[in-house]
Design a protein around this ligand. Sequence first.
Ligand code: SF4
Length: 362
Amino acid sequence: MRGLYIHIPFCKSKCKYCGFYSLSNYNGYISQYIDSLIKEASEIQNRNFDTLYIGGGTPSIIDPTMLDKLFSELFKIVKYKDTEFTFEVNPESFTIDQLRILHKYGANRISLGAQSFDDYVLQYLGRIHKKDDILKSYEMIRSFSDHIAINLDIIFDIPGISKQNTENSLHYLKKLQPEHISAYTFSTDTDYFKNIDSKDSEEEYMLVKDTLSQNGYTQYEISNYCKQRYHSRHNLLYWNMNEYIGLGAAAHSMLYNENGCRVRYSNPADLNTYLSGTFSKEINHISKEEMFREDVVFGLRKTEGINLDFIAKKYDKNFSDFINNISILIDEELLTVNGDNLCLSQKGSLLLDSVQQYIWEL
Ligand code: SF4
């Protein structure tokens, strides 16, 4: 499996909590940026991909004519098997004309950045859409085609905001029945919310988990739930340590070299450098020992955990040392062993960062 990710680093305005690479002063740059994306794509000519994900930023900021140009040029260069093609949209900027273009090129999954169904909370987070924009976009996609799966992103456990926001989001999720839900606990990469006390996450996490599982959703990753067969194949690529190539400013790639070792590449997080067309990449070679830790740390995000037998064979490693080293996490009931699989417990899910940190530093 191999995925292609394309980063669109433009947003109408910057949300207060966001640390992603995206710019709100983008006027006049989109056309140039698409030309640069096509140039960069020509460097990976004829590669095959199983999944395609257009994310951001705000991909739905691109007008239909330019979207048409992007896809018509892109699909002349890269080969994409018709499996999963996701396009991220923000509710305030998504139009029927964009949807028609996406449909024309085979997009079969739309990820809608809802975040909350409460206008006050949206404003508090610095989002520029309203609840009605979410409902309008959702309805537009649903009535356009039955063959487009919808993901809704929501954020819960927001400092300074009551549990009612989470209950309200769950109310709308039950009503709308999207095929996929990404429910993230609040995290911020900015200083904006730093003086507001963080909350005890457990109650809201359990509320989300229990409500969604009682309503036909399977949790398959710490923040991701889906109806049967609608898991995100592209995101699973990251947790399963499969190859992916990222195009665009600040995009990342991971490929295996001839020795079976991972190599990570990062594009410059700078629009002008990217537009200059050099696409110079920072390269990071990952050792076998680091690969092993990555497999464990990323794999534990999945509900099924990691298969110890598979990893032991892959790294020709005696697992008794590793199990001894992490026995404290098992004793503290943060990790559990189910047959051949090592998984996060419920308590471990709530303390994921600390569990990952511990394993990373072993
Ligand atoms: S829309 Fe998304 S990428 Fe853009 S500023 Fe908001 S959180 Fe960041």
